[in-house]
Design a binder for this molecule. Structure first.
Ligand code: F3S
Length: 397
């Protein structure tokens, strides 16, 4: 990979050890994947900033960077933390956990992070424009940026995203290049046997596709932005899909050459069968909606379902609706309906990255991504009930 004079000086350590360490990470990645140069990035999204996922080694690493004087060179937005750090204290966690989370947040703020605490940075004022190059490390946001916005991002890991934040650059390979964004598998969606839920379609196909980029055709009506969020978050959690082309939606879909590609087809029956493995029949004491964080449209949909139900929540069951600060602030009417019904509107964290398994051993969700992580023994180990938003509200509230 060719480096500019400035970049070479950083690599030699002339701008200090922190910058050198970051340049080593990006140069190694670039060499490994055949990048020709480093590209300036519009923004960085850091994930794994909950103490639950970062742990003490990650926290100490960030603290050392902050104490060593490192600063983020570009807009760096951050994923949800382990509790509602800037909210009204609705999430119950141990004091010790909060103290550790606070240390982690303090280090990030010293480095210059923007306190968005959301996995949906594209619904905030920091949404990137089409064509922007990004170094984002939240898989659901990466697939959304590539497939809906027409921005360019690889699925970054924590170290490479951090290095990009400090240097403001990323190696030019993979999804930054036209050849890395080509469709690899055609997926025909057959709606003749009934409608399908996007979140379940994504989970089913994610397992099959792995890292390959699908080209979807056949969705009628075409998925709106919320449906694309659902589909993408499941594809990227159950598989490692970095981008999808949806005919009529993805800006680059029309430019794809589909000749010779493998074909898959999905119908309501296959997806309906698969849905059964996403949950169990037990009684939840938490109903959690908003993975990825709710958009305006989703908040309104939940508020309508709760309003139709027409009464306050059952005692013993909590309803969490997770979203980000901006969406919450801008949708006061829906929030009021939810709060009046006894729901907890949660900001800055989520049902997955907050440590909840002791309080809520059985949780109900409407998201296949949430089901994937909350059910994982090594992550949360909770039993999961899986259904649509409307059914969850109807059955458990
Ligand atoms: Fe977001 Fe938490 Fe789901 S970070 S994508 S709500 S796991």
């Amino acid at each position: 990979m060719e480096l500019t004079r400035d970049e070479e000086a950083i690599l030699r350590g002339e701008k200090g050890p922190r910058q050198q360490e970051c340049m080593r990470i990006l140069a190694t990645l670039g060499e490994m994947y055949g990048a020709r140069k480093l590209l300036p990035v519009y923004s960085v999204q850091l994930s794994g900033i909950s103490y639950k996922t970062m742990g003490s080694a990650g926290t100490e690493f960030l603290e050392e960077m902050a104490e060593g004087g490192a600063k983020f060179a570009v807009r760096t937005t951050i994923n949800p933390a382990g509790y509602d750090v800037g909210g009204p204290g609705l999430v119950r966690t141990h004091e010790d956990f909060r103290a550790k989370q606070d240390r982690l947040v303090k280090a990030l703020m010293t480095l210059g992070a923007t306190p968005t605490f959301t996995c949906t940075p594209y619904t905030t004022e920091f949404a990137p424009p089409p064509g922007a190059h990004l170094a984002w490390a939240e898989s659901s946001a990466v697939i959304y940026a590539n497939s809906v916005i027409g921005a360019f991002s690889n699925r970054e890991g924590a170290p490479s995203a951090l290095a990009s934040a400090v240097l403001g650059k990323t190696p030019d390979y993979g999804l930054h290049r036209p050849e890395g964004r080509r469709a690899q598998v055609v997926v025909d969606v057959d709606l003749s046997k009934g409608p399908m839920r996007y979140t379940v379609v994504g989970a089913y196909l994610g397992k099959i596709l792995g890292q390959r980029i699908p080209y979807f055709r056949g969705f009628r009506p075409l998925p709106d932005v919320d449906a694309m969020k659902e589909l993408g978050s499941s594809l990227s959690a159950w598989g490692a899909v970095p981008m999808m082309h949806v005919e009529g939606v993805t800006p680059e879909a029309g430019k794809q050459d589909l000749e010779g590609l493998e074909h898959l087809s999905v119908d309501a029956q296959i997806v309906g069968e698969f849905q059964k493995c996403l949950g169990c029949d037990e009684s939840p004491n938490l109903v959690a909606i908003g993975c990825p964080h709710c958009t305006k449209g989703e908040l309104i949909q939940i508020a309508q379902a709760v309003k139709q139900k027409g009464r306050r929540l059952k005692p013993g069951t909590e309803l969490w609706v997770c979203s980000n600060r901006k969406v919450i602030q801008e949708n006061a009417a829906a929030i009021q309906v939810l709060r009046q019904a006894g729901a907890k509107v949660i900001q800055d964290t989520c049902m997955v990255v907050a440590p909840l398994s002791e309080q809520f051993p059985v949780a109900a969700v409407n998201s296949a991504k949430a089901s994937f992580y909350m059910n994982k023994k090594a992550f949360s180990g909770q039993k999961i009930v899986f259904d649509t938003t409307e059914n969850l509200v109807e059955k458990y509230l």
